[in-house]
Unconditional design. Structure first.
Length: 434
């Protein structure tokens, strides 16, 4: 992973930013994929065959990377073996997330020993793309401390650096060759890195100016009125999480809440059902079948269609960002698969069936991204082609059928204008391959 400062690129219109992207043998590539969670609540039930089924879906879905979310248990060796075989990069995390941690000597010694073992265990795998200290630590936990108890911020920031920089970083660099480490999967990058300094990495935190783009982030926005408002999407380098719920095809819940068979009242379940209902009512025909089962199935389908459309809008937005000032080079959505059968963010159900999301994401991830932004008056069609990397290809639809050509080539030189009228004449649709 390359996070070095940008110098020459800024002359061509690239924003002042961290050089946050992945490279293979010095060649940058766009990270396309999703987040991986435990495929079962009981790891002994997870077999190599189950992983092969899921990873085949990853490859068929035109994904090249999975982020292994810090779920509390490290992955089995055969997971990396299968990823090596199929050519899937694994953004790996140490098992820390969404919490503040102690920094006493005994705890740090245990962490160091565990981290060194895990790094050495996975070192030989070409699929290992990155070690991150954990999930949502810097841009969530430290943010919450600063928001709720600002007088304690410096203390907890120092403890964060003790664990995730002073302890975990040497565990990676002393036991590997060429593997990048960052202290948190959501962060703003670093100001400097110097192995002769007492603090090896000086994190950027919120030290950035207007218009600068740094680090990775997640995007959770359940306000359905803003679902397709691209001005609400974050202008980031890689987006490592974006999400919205949908209902499964078959609601076959194995874990009923105590004292009730009502599957709509899990923790936060009522809010989730409300958000999905509002999304369907806002954007699609409201299901109104006389048959109760048929109507329920129609609602399930509609929530899946909204989820897929919402993700598609974001994935396209981030992909065309490769030719914009942020030069965005990655998008991993939340999440690939389910830990059980339930209404969740997953694109693949617990038993392996593809939801609408995974089918749509498969098409969205291939070919030339075309970003459509619909307003009440016009539909704007823009595309900045990510291949060859760093060259912008501007798709100009022309003034046809009420479509307004609104396009701007951000990066100087190398732009190739595409006659979209020819594509339309061949029956190609916006959003697919050109």
């Amino acid at each position: 992973m390359n996070m070095s400062a940008v110098t020459e690129e800024m002359r061509s219109g690239v924003a002042n930013r961290s050089h946050w992207h992945f490279e293979v043998n010095g060649h940058p590539f766009y990270a396309k994929g999703s987040n991986f969670i435990p495929p079962d609540a009981f790891w002994p039930r997870v077999t190599p065959a189950r992983f092969k089924q899921l990873f085949d879906a990853v490859v068929s879905g035109n994904q090249n990377m999975l982020r292994l979310w810090s779920s509390g248990a490290y992955a089995p060796d055969f997971m990396y073996d299968i990823a090596d075989e199929l050519g899937i990069f694994l953004w790996s995390e140490f098992e820390f997330g969404d919490s503040l941690y102690p920094v006493d000597i005994e705890f740090l010694d245990d962490v160091r020993e565990e981290a060194e073992y895990q790094v050495r265990r996975f070192n030989h795998h070409p699929s290992l793309a990155l070690w991150a200290g954990g999930n949502e630590l810097e841009n969530l936990e430290l943010y919450l401390v600063n928001y709720s108890a600002p007088e304690q911020y410096e203390r907890y920031k120092a403890e964060y650096e003790t664990l995730f920089i002073d302890t975990l970083l040497p565990a990676v660099y002393d036991n590997s060759h060429g593997i990048t480490y960052m202290p948190s999967s959501t962060n703003n990058g670093y100001l400097s890195i110097n192995f002769s300094e007492p603090i090896l990495i000086k994190q950027r935190y919120q030290n950035k100016g207007p218009g600068e783009v740094h680090g990775s982030t997640d995007y959770y926005n359940y306000k359905t009125s803003q679902a397709f408002n691209i001005s609400a999407y974050p202008r980031v380098l890689p987006a490592d999480e974006l999400c919205f719920n949908s209902t499964t095809i078959t609601l076959r819940n194995h874990h009923y809440p105590s004292g009730s068979l009502n599957t709509s009242d899990f923790n936060h379940g009522s809010n989730g059902m409300r958000e999905m209902t509002m999304a369907v009512e806002m954007y699609y025909p409201i299901p109104n079948k006389t048959d109760a089962i048929g109507n329920f199935s129609a609602w399930i389908w509609s929530t899946q269609v909204f989820q897929a459309d919402f993700y598609k809008s974001q994935i396209q937005f981030y992909r065309v960002g490769v030719g914009k000032p942020e030069c965005q080079l990655g998008c991993l959505y939340w999440q690939l698969e389910d830990i059980w059968q339930a209404p969740t963010w997953a694109g693949v159900e617990y038993e392996g069936r593809w939801k609408v999301l995974h089918n749509v994401a498969t098409v969205t991830a291939r070919g030339t991204p075309v970003n459509m932004n619909a307003t009440k008056t016009f539909t704007h069609v823009n595309s900045w082609t990510p291949t060859p990397l760093g060259k912008a290809a501007l798709v100009d639809p022309g003034l046809r059928d009420g479509y307004e050509a609104v396009s701007q080539l951000y990066r100087g030189g190398g732009g190739e204008r595409v006659d979209m009228a020819e594509c339309w004449a061949k029956g190609q649709r916006c959003g697919g391959e050109l």
